[in-house]
Ligand binder design. Structure first.
Ligand code: DGL
Length: 277
């Protein structure tokens, strides 16, 4: 591991790209390695113990690639695995929840904070705990929005159906008079335009990924790599490339498939090479 080692960014699918994009803008000279567990998407409908085990497989993979830091750019995996990952990892691991909760607690005037997330994040109560650790009097109004996750994963971020789904989630939290809305799933900032239009001036919108990307800078030594990005997915690499290109136009994306073999992930290209006589 050197100052030129890549930084790993993880999500169950396309959501973590919203964090990667911010991190790349802030640290253009660093190298990034993005891991998407597309085969097991969505994490939000799985028990936390299962999500933890799935993420830890990726942690091992990232460490085997000599990364200098790991960003769990997935709220669900942060809720499920951050503590365990920190115990196991010799390099810094950061999640997205802490930064988002802290920012929300600081921004909210009326101490009513809406958190939109996956079902698993909702059930974990992690945002409520993190916000109330800062402000015990704050009320956290949670709403699970699994439809939004599925739409964003499919690249459907501008449709009328997406707008209606966003509106339905917001209606529920606005009923409880929140003045701050946390996008508590990294898939949601892909729909940022719709969120801004639907929220208007009724509330502040918090994107925990943005603040997390800023915090990442504190962990990075000066210097960097050559600004490269590598993408790995447990799903179909071509599909991943197609959706990524639509969500992040202009980004050069060539994804490799990860295969689970002998208790660890291997990039498909390597598997093929080893198979040669
Ligand atoms: N993007 C993920 C999050 O921030 C989870 C999406 C999912 O797999 O359900 O929670």
């Amino acid at each position: 591991m050197t100052t030129q080692s890549p930084i790993a960014v993880f999500d169950s699918g396309e959501g973590g790209l919203t964090v990667l994009r911010q991190a790349r803008e802030l640290y253009p000279d660093h190298d990034f390695l993005y891991g998407a567990d597309s085969l097991h998407f969505p994490y939000g409908s799985r028990p936390l113990s299962e999500v933890r085990d799935l993420f830890l497989r990726f942690l091992d993979f990232f460490l085997s690639r000599g990364v200098q830091a790991v960003v769990i750019a997935c709220n669900t995996a942060t809720a499920a695995a951050l503590d365990e990952a920190r115990r196991r990892s010799p390099v810094p691991v950061i999640g997205v929840v802490e930064a988002g909760a802290q920012q929300a607690a600081a921004v909210s005037r009326n101490r009513r904070i809406g958190v939109l997330s996956t079902l698993a994040t909702y059930r974990s109560g992690i945002y409520r705990m993190a916000v109330q650790a800062r402000d015990p009097t704050a009320e956290v109004v949670q709403r699970a929005c699994p439809d939004l996750v599925t739409m964003a994963e499919a690249g459907e971020t501008e449709s009328e159906a997406a707008r209606l789904a966003v509106r339905a989630c917001l209606t529920d939290v606005f009923r409880r008079k929140v003045d701050t809305v946390v996008l508590g799933c990294t898939h949601f900032p892909h729909m940022e335009r719709i969120f801004r239009e639907e929220v208007g001036d009724r509330a502040a919108i918090i994107d925990p990924g943005l603040e997390t990307a800023r915090r990442l800078g504190r962990l990075l030594p000066p210097g960097g790599g050559s600004g490269q990005m590598e993408f790995f997915t447990t799903g179909d690499p071509r599909r991943f490339e197609r959706i990524t290109a639509s969500l992040w136009p202009g980004i050069p994306v060539q994804a490799q498939r990860l295969i689970w073999r002998n208790g660890r992930y291997e990039a498909a290209a390597l598997v093929r090479e080893e198979a040669r006589p």
